[in-house]
Ligand binder design. Structure first.
Ligand SMILES: CC(C)(COP(=O)(O)OP(=O)(O)OC[C@H]1O[C@@H](n2cnc3c(N)ncnc32)[C@H](O)[C@@H]1OP(=O)(O)O)[C@@H](O)C(=O)NCCC(=O)NCCS
Length: 145
């Protein structure tokens, strides 16, 4: 069984390094504002296996460094992390969530309703496109028990 939990920022670094930038120095995956973010990890049999990091400004969230260990990819863990992240954003009443998506992962994000913008760039050997999700909120005003 896989379980998502909020985790301490530094726990993300090893997973980011192995899954995203194994050829870069370990320091490369540390973000200057990591300690301002909210970080989530997915545990499989109590082993941290995937991570994602959320940074908010007002009602808008940016998630960064979604990473699942290579041997655990394509088993639904990235989806479980994204579902949790989007639910968290709804609870926080964010209106928009965006990311700098690696172009080779953009279809992964479209499954969650993200759309591509026309903002693209290349960095660190990867092509990126900015993708955005409008977060829909249910109208709870008329909810009766
Ligand atoms: C991208 C990543 C986070 C996806 O996590 P994952 O656990 O492998 O994905 P899941 O098993 O939850 O896949 C969910 C769905 O997305 C699809 N999918 C997974 N990776 C995909 C990709 N790179 N491109 C397109 N679709 C993808 C799966 O086939 C699955 O489709 P289905 O629901 O129709 O069966 C993971 O592969 C990863 O860490 N990759 C390396 C780092 C990286 O690229 N991070 C993203 C940077 S923007």
């Amino acid at each position: 069984m896989a379980v998502v939990e909020q985790i301490f920022p530094a726990l993300t670094w090893r997973i980011r390094h192995i899954a995203m930038y194994p050829d870069h120095p370990y320091e490369f995956v540390k973000l200057a504002n990591d300690f301002d973010g909210v970080h989530f990890g997915i545990y499989v049999d109590y082993e941290l296996t995937g991570v994602v990091s959320l940074f908010t400004q007002g009602n808008v969230g940016q998630f960064r460094k979604l990473a699942v260990l290579p041997e655990a990819q394509n088993q639904g863990l990235g989806k479980q992390l994204m579902d949790y992240l989007i639910d968290f954003c709804k609870i926080q009443k964010l209106t928009k969530l965006w990311c700098n998506a690696r172009v080779n992962a953009k279809e992964f994000y479209t499954k969650f309703g993200f759309y591509e913008t026309d903002k693209t760039y290349s960095a660190d050997g990867f092509d990126f496109v900015i993708m955005e999700l409008e977060i829909k909120h249910k109208d709870t005003k008329n909810t009766k028990c």
